[in-house]
Structure formats: structure tokens, C-alpha cells
Design a protein. Structure first.
Length: 114
């Protein structure tokens, strides 16, 4: 059974940092590219970052490029998102997703506010 569990969200001041984690199970993690998405009530779910199955290729939405870093530990089946210099507009629920699994976790809330 495919399962992804996001964690690491919270309340942070503008300019602060957070690291999100996504623990994956029930599928061959190393064989899948992985994505981080985010969603707010006012917007559709947005692709934030993408990583290849080996971690050698990454890509980012323009709004987070230079501030966020996606990485993965294939030995532990964990996906990460390091978020630096956070802005209020980064406030959202963040989800990890394995394209092709058609399965979403519960997400983790990130709130950037002073």
C-alpha cells in the first residue's frame, strides 16, 4: 500500500527556514521521481520542486528557485525540502508526490508570519 507521510511544517517568521520531510513506503522509492507541491484555499495545487530518481536532476518553480532545495535519501526512502528565506506567500499545505502512484498524503502546514 502506497503511503507518504509529510512532516516538519510549522509557524516561522519571514526570513526563517524549515526542512520538510516525506517518509515513503509501499512502493519502490528509488525507482520514482518525486515532487513537492503546495496548496492554499485560494489557489490550485502548485508544483514547487522536482527531483529525479537518483537525485541528480532537480527543478524548481520560479517563485522558490534559489531559496528551496529538494533532496532525497534513497537508503531511507525519505524526500526532503529545505526552505530558506521564507516569505508570507510561501504559506500553504505542502505535499510530496510520486508521479504515477496517484496517491497523496495529508500534507504538512507551513505558515510564514510575523
Amino acid at each position: 500500500q502506497v503511503q507518504v507521510v509529510e512532516s516538519g511544517g510549522g509557524l516561522v517568521q519571514p526570513g526563517g527556514s524549515l526542512r520538510l520531510s516525506c517518509a515513503a513506503s509501499g512502493f519502490a522509492f528509488i525507482m520514482y521521481e518525486m515532487d513537492w507541491y503546495r496548496q492554499t484555499p485560494a489557489k490550485e495545487r502548485e508544483l514547487v520542486a522536482h527531483i529525479s530518481h537518483t537525485g541528480g536532476i532537480t527543478d524548481y518553480a520560479g517563485s522558490v528557485k534559489g531559496r528551496f532545495i529538494i533532496s532525497r535519501d534513497n537508503a531511507k526512502n525519505i524526500l526532503y525540502l529545505q526552505m530558506n528565506n521564507l516569505k508570507p506567500e510561501d504559506t500553504a499545505v505542502y505535499y510530496c508526490y510520486a508521479p504515477g502512484t496517484n496517491h497523496w498524503g495529508q500534507g504538512t502546514q507551513v505558515t510564514v508570519s510575523s
